[in-house]
Design a protein around this ligand. Structure first.
Ligand SMILES: Cc1cc2nc3c(=O)[nH]c(=O)nc-3n(C[C@H](O)[C@H](O)[C@H](O)COP(=O)(O)OP(=O)(O)OC[C@H]3O[C@@H](n4cnc5c(N)ncnc54)[C@H](O)[C@@H]3O)c2cc1C
Length: 281
């Protein structure tokens, strides 16, 4: 289908984009890579009167070193995140997860910030961002604020970003030297995950961080597994025992791809695989 008519604005600064958002309020919608928004517009699930394109704001693109963190601009593509030296060195988990997003065409158009702002519970980047304790920098009419990952994902397709705000960048604390693996379970290549597990571990295993994709309305941490793994040796038996706790406290959906209890089974199995691979990477 063809989207309903809208006016198109192309600001060249965050301030201009915020002013446009403030002026048009509920009638406006931000567009980043368009990989999720355009299908929504074409299906007429949303019909904004004004679309504000962030593509011309160069300050929103790129990845930089900021001492104890790397900072990823919201408009940086999945492709750029996957391949960037700072990401592979300090946040390997993000590189591994970005490689699993859709196909090459979508990875070249879709953006890191767009995917996180969209907050699809099946999106591949939320769980790694949560596991790495990322911080979300959000600009609004009153200035800039920073939101911890644990507070950023509010509900299904809902984040802490207000209607008059823009996600500008994501700070990812350095996890230099940590092993990492993103284990994604799909029936067909390039699909959204039925369940996926993001695992990153320090040493073998001094500390582990594990995020779950599509196990609830938001990305989740497998806290019981993380606690069981802390200070454990990375034997297959020990890791599998800790992974058996991965579905604790989760409430995954049931749909055509799998029932809720099947997803919980998957979470346990995939957590074991992800942690073992992370410990070996
Ligand atoms: C066929 C297909 C398969 C896909 N498969 C996968 C997959 O396997 N895994 C996966 O993770 N993703 C998948 N995606 C989605 C893809 O990752 C998109 O890139 C992502 O969901 C949205 O990023 P975008 O830059 O295109 O955002 P857009 O589509 O432009 O925007 C998405 C939403 O976020 C808002 N938004 C965007 N940027 C900002 C910002 N900076 N501040 C505030 N709000 C903002 C927009 O207003 C909109 O509501 C798939 C998409 C398609 C079309």
């Amino acid at each position: 289908m063809i989207p309903a008519h809208f006016d198109y604005l192309a600001p060249t600064s965050v301030e201009e984009a915020l002013a446009a958002l403030g002026e048009h309020g509920d009638d406006a919608k931000i567009i980043a890579g368009g990989q999720s928004l355009l299908p929504v517009l074409r299906m007429r699930l949303n019909a904004p009167e004004v679309v504000i394109d962030l593509g011309g704001i160069s300050s929103l693109r790129g990845i930089r070193d900021d001492g104890d963190a790397i900072v990823i601009g919201a408009m940086t593509t999945h492709h750029a995140v996957r391949d960037h030296d700072l990401v592979t060195e300090h946040a390997l988990l993000l590189s591994k997860a970005a490689a699993e997003v859709a196909d090459a065409q979508i990875r070249h158009r879709g953006t890191f910030g767009g995917a996180l702002a969209h907050a699809d519970p099946a999106g591949d980047l939320g769980a790694p961002a949560l596991a790495l304790d990322a911080q979300f920098v959000i600009a609004g009419p009153g200035g800039t604020r920073t939101v911890e990952a644990a507070d950023f994902f509010v509900d299904l397709f809902e984040t802490a970003i207000g209607d008059d705000e823009i996600l500008t960048e994501v700070r990812v604390p350095k996890h230099t030297g940590w092993g990492a693996h993103y284990e994604k379970f799909v029936r067909v290549a390039h699909q959204w995950p039925i369940v996926a597990v993001a695992a990153t571990v320090r040493g073998s295993i001094d500390e582990a961080k594990v995020g779950l994709t599509n196990m609830g309305s938001t990305p989740l941490r497998a806290s019981a597994t993380e606690q069981a793994l802390a200070g454990a040796s990375a034997t297959e038996e020990g890791v599998r025992a800790a992974a058996d706790l991965a579905a604790e406290g989760t409430n995954p959906p049931s749909d055509l791809n799998g029932a809720s209890d099947y997803r919980q089974h998957l979470a346990r199995v995939l957590t074991g695989r992800a942690v073992l691979k992370a410990a070996g990477s």
